[in-house]
Design a protein around this ligand. Structure first.
Ligand code: AMP
Ligand code: FE
Ligand code: FE
Ligand code: ZN
Length: 291
């Protein structure tokens, strides 16, 4: 029994729709999946329905861009309540600044002689949380670049002419946002940040888990982060980070984690939800007695 807890759809920078993704999860025999689109939860309702229909457990989630000091990191919130008002406001803000960033990238491309219109990117992306992959795909579609890799290498990577920094939320705030929306906060692909220095700070801020298994982690990195998880008593997660068919072979099915990790995640979520419920009940009770 296996799970994939890191997947994207076309509601952010993936290419699959929620139903296609659920179909692939079934094809690969996955027992549980989580949808972790960047800065949006729009795909979760459809993905939940499609997974449930196939007997696959579904965990609603989102991958948020955060920073601690000057280190950028991705934090995944699992079991998020998509109707939580503060979360909805913050996601809307993330989406607005992502759209502004597309305008800025288009302007920078034009400045170096590449005639890309922001509107073309929006029309190709057709989502509220567009990013660099959509700019890259539009550049290829309009034959302004030969490949996605070329688009990143020539224009979109950090330090290249069309690179525009992305809005990041402080990691402390992001963890708090995730918690108040009923979620568990997990550091995504720590092996890609290549900086473990921030982990103690994240733990201090209430980090619940760490993504030890990831397509881009070497065996050595996976073992290393499993040790870190044990050291800080963190939950262990993992997934393929599949973005669909945009980068050759789809990654779904290539990185699966044993279902036991999902059980531990669910237990922790239940424990925290109960504790929160008790806390709320206690504070209601004290309000009532004060009144
Ligand atoms: P953004 O969130 O807009 O900064 O875009 C980040 C996303 O771009 C990542 O989630 C990857 O999916 C993708 N990405 C980053 N670097 C590359 C690259 N060199 N080639 C293709 N895709 C990339
Ligand atoms: Fe992505
Ligand atoms: Fe990420
Ligand atoms: Zn991701």
């Amino acid at each position: 029994m296996f799970a994939d807890l890191h997947l994207h759809t076309h509601f952010s920078d993936g290419t699959y729709g929620p139903e296609e993704l659920a179909g692939l999860a079934e094809k690969h025999g996955l027992k549980a999946v989580a949808l972790t689109d960047h800065d949006t939860m729009e795909g979760c309702e459809r993905a939940a329905a499609a997974c449930t229909a196939r007997g696959i457990e579904f965990i609603p989630a989102s991958e948020l861009t955060a920073e601690l000091g000057d280190v950028e990191l991705h934090l995944i919130g699992y079991f998020l309540d998509a109707s939580n008002e503060k979360l909805r406001d913050e996601l809307a803000h993330f989406q607005k600044v992502r759209q502004q960033r597309i305008h800025e990238m288009a302007a920078r491309l034009q400045h170096v002689g590449v005639p890309l219109q922001a509107e073309a990117v929006f029309s190709l992306a057709n989502c509220r949380a567009p990013g660099r992959p959509h700019v890259a795909r539009t550049l290829v579609q309009q034959r302004l670049c030969g490949s996605l890799d070329e688009a990143f290498e020539r224009f979109l990577k950090k330090g290249k002419p069309a690179w525009v920094p992305k809005f990041k939320m402080s990691a402390v705030q992001a963890i708090e946002l995730i918690h108040q929306a009923g979620g568990l906060a997990v550091m995504a692909h720590p092996g890609l940040n290549r900086t473990d220095d921030i982990i103690p700070g994240l733990v201090q801020a209430g980090l619940d888990g760490i993504e030890c298994f990831h397509t881009k982690h070497s065996t050595h990195a996976t073992e290393h982060y499993l040790e870190i998880a044990e050291q800080y008593n963190l939950l262990v997660t993992g997934g393929s980070d599949c973005h669909g068919i945009s980068k050759g072979k789809p990654l779904i099915g290539t990185m699966r984690i044993p279902y036991i990790y999902v059980e531990r995640l669910k237990e922790a979520h239940l424990r925290k939800s109960l504790a929160r419920g008790l806390q709320i009940a206690a504070s209601d009770g004290s309000d009532a007695s004060a009144a």
